[in-house]
Design a protein around this ligand. Structure first.
Ligand code: AMP
Ligand code: MG
Length: 352
C-alpha cells in the first residue's frame, strides 16, 4: 500500500463528550414523517428497525422470514440455534449459512491478525456471566488458552471446534443488516434505513431527496445525545463502543464487552468507539458479506486502536472510519464531506 493511499484527513473534535453512532431518526411509530413505513422485528437478541419509503408490503414479509431464518442459525442465546448446538456438540456438519459467515469471520480474523476472533466464546462467556465483577485471573488465563479461531479445523466436511467456543456476536448482526438492506434495494423502495443495534444499512434518499443523518453518539450520554452527524447513503456502517455493555469497578475502571484476544481483558486501545463505513453499495453486491465485514472490522479496529495497522486493514477492505477518543474524533478522508459537527470548539486536522 502506498503512503499516499494511507493519507488521512483527520478531523479532531475537541469535546468533553464522546461518541458512537445512532440513527438520528426516530423509529418509534409505524407511520413516520414523509409517509415512511416502519417495521420492527426482534431477532438475534436485538431489534431490527426498518424505515422504508415506497416499498410494497412484500418486502416486510420477506425480511421477517429472513430474520427468523437467520435467527435459527446464528442466535447466541437460543438453545435450538445451529450455532448454540454446535458449541455444545463441539463438532459436526454445518449448514451453508453457518459456513458462509464463518468464512467471512475467518477472513477478518486473518486480516486483523486475530484482533477480531470468532473463537473467543469461552472468554466472552466468562465476562458475560461475571455479573458486574472481574472474573478471577486464573479463569481468564485458562479460558484464553483454550480459545482462538486458529484451533478450529475442518475435516471430511465437518467442523471440529477442538475445545473452542464460537461467538459471532461481533459479526452476525451486521451480516443480517446487510442482507435486509439488499432486499430493500431490490424492492421498489426509493429509500430505506435498516437499523439493528450497532449496524445500519442505508439506501436511496428521504422523500425530499436528502441523505440520511446518522448521529455520532456521546457514549457518556444517555443514548440520545450526539456530538456530530454523518450525512450518508448507500452504505453500511457499524459501531463498536465501550458504552454498550459495561460495568464500572469500585476503583473506577470501565470493563466493557470488547475483548482484546491478546489479554482476555477488555481492549484498552484508548478508543471509546469506532464506526466503520463501507464504500458505496448497490443491488449488485453481496451485502451479507459487506455487512458482516463492516461489523467485524468495527470490533477488530476497536481492539487495534488508531494506527497504521488498523488504517491498512480498513483500506484493504475499502472502508472508512470515525475513531472517537476522550475528547477527540478522527475521521478518514473519505468521510471528510460527510461529517457535520454539532457543537463549537472543534478543530480539523489533516494527517499524512
Ligand atoms: P461489536 O459490538 O460488534 O464490537 O461486538 C462485540 C461482541 O462481540 C461482544 O459482545 C462479544 O460477544 C464479541 N466479541 C468481543 N470481543 C471480540 C473480539 N475481539 N473478536 C470477536 N468478537 C468479540
Ligand atoms: Mg462488530
Amino acid at each position: 500500500m502506498s503512503r499516499s493511499k494511507l493519507r488521512l484527513t483527520v478531523k479532531r473534535l475537541w469535546a468533553s463528550a464522546l461518541a458512537a453512532v445512532i440513527a438520528a431518526a426516530s423509529f418509534s411509530s409505524c407511520e413516520g414523517a414523509g409517509g415512511a413505513q416502519k417495521r420492527t422485528v426482534f431477532a438475534m437478541d436485538t431489534l431490527f428497525e426498518q424505515t422504508v419509503w415506497g416499498a410494497s408490503e412484500d418486502l416486510f414479509t420477506k425480511t421477517a422470514g429472513l430474520l427468523s431464518q437467520l435467527e435459527t442459525v446464528y442466535s447466541h442465546t437460543d438453545p435450538d440455534s445451529e450455532l448454540y448446538l454446535l458449541n455444545e456438540a463441539g463438532n459436526g456438519k454445518i449448514s451453508d449459512d453457518l459456513k458462509r459467515l464463518l468464512d467471512i469471520a475467518a477472513e477478518v480474523y486473518e486480516a486483523s491478525d486475530g484482533a477480531f476472533d470468532p473463537g473467543l466464546g469461552l472468554v466472552t462467556q466468562l465476562w458475560e456471566r461475571s455479573e458486574g465483577a472481574v472474573p478471577p485471573g486464573d479463569d481468564i488465563t485458562a479460558a484464553l488458552a483454550a480459545s482462538g479461531y486458529g484451533k478450529v479445523s475442518f475435516e471430511n466436511g465437518e467442523i471440529h471446534l477442538n475445545g473452542v467456543r464460537l461467538n459471532l456476536g461481533g459479526i452476525a448482526k451486521g451480516a443480517a443488516a446487510g442482507q435486509l438492506l439488499y432486499e430493500c434495494i431490490c424492492s421498489e423502495a426509493s429509500g430505506g434505513i435498516i437499523s439493528c443495534s450497532s449496524s445500519i444499512g442505508l439506501t436511496g434518499t428521504k422523500p425530499d431527496k436528502s441523505k440520511f443523518k446518522i448521529g455520532v453518539r456521546d457514549p457518556d450520554g444517555d443514548g440520545n445525545e450526539y456530538i456530530a452527524t454523518l450525512e450518508l447513503s448507500d452504505c453500511i456502517l457499524s459501531t463498536s463502543g465501550d458504552y454498550e455493555r459495561y460495568f464500572i469497578s469500585q476503583d473506577n475502571v470501565r470493563y466493557h464487552h470488547i475483548i482484546d484476544p491478546a489479554t482476555g481483558y477488555p481492549a484498552q486501545s484508548g478508543l471509546r468507539s469506532v464506526t466503520v463505513v463501507s464504500s458505496g453499495v448497490s443491488g449488485d453486491d453481496d451485502l451479507f458479506y459487506t455487512g458482516a465485514v463492516t461489523d467485524a472490522l468495527s470490533t477488530a479496529v476497536f481492539v487495534m486502536g488508531l494506527g497504521e495497522p488498523s488504517l491498512k486493514l480498513l483500506e484493504d477492505f475499502s472502508m472508512e472510519a470515525v475513531f472517537v477518543f476522550d475528547g477527540e474524533i478522527y475521521a478518514t478522508d473519505g468521510l471528510e464531506d460527510s461529517i457535520i459537527l454539532t457543537d463549537g470548539g472543534y478543530s480539523l486536522k489533516t494527517a499524512e
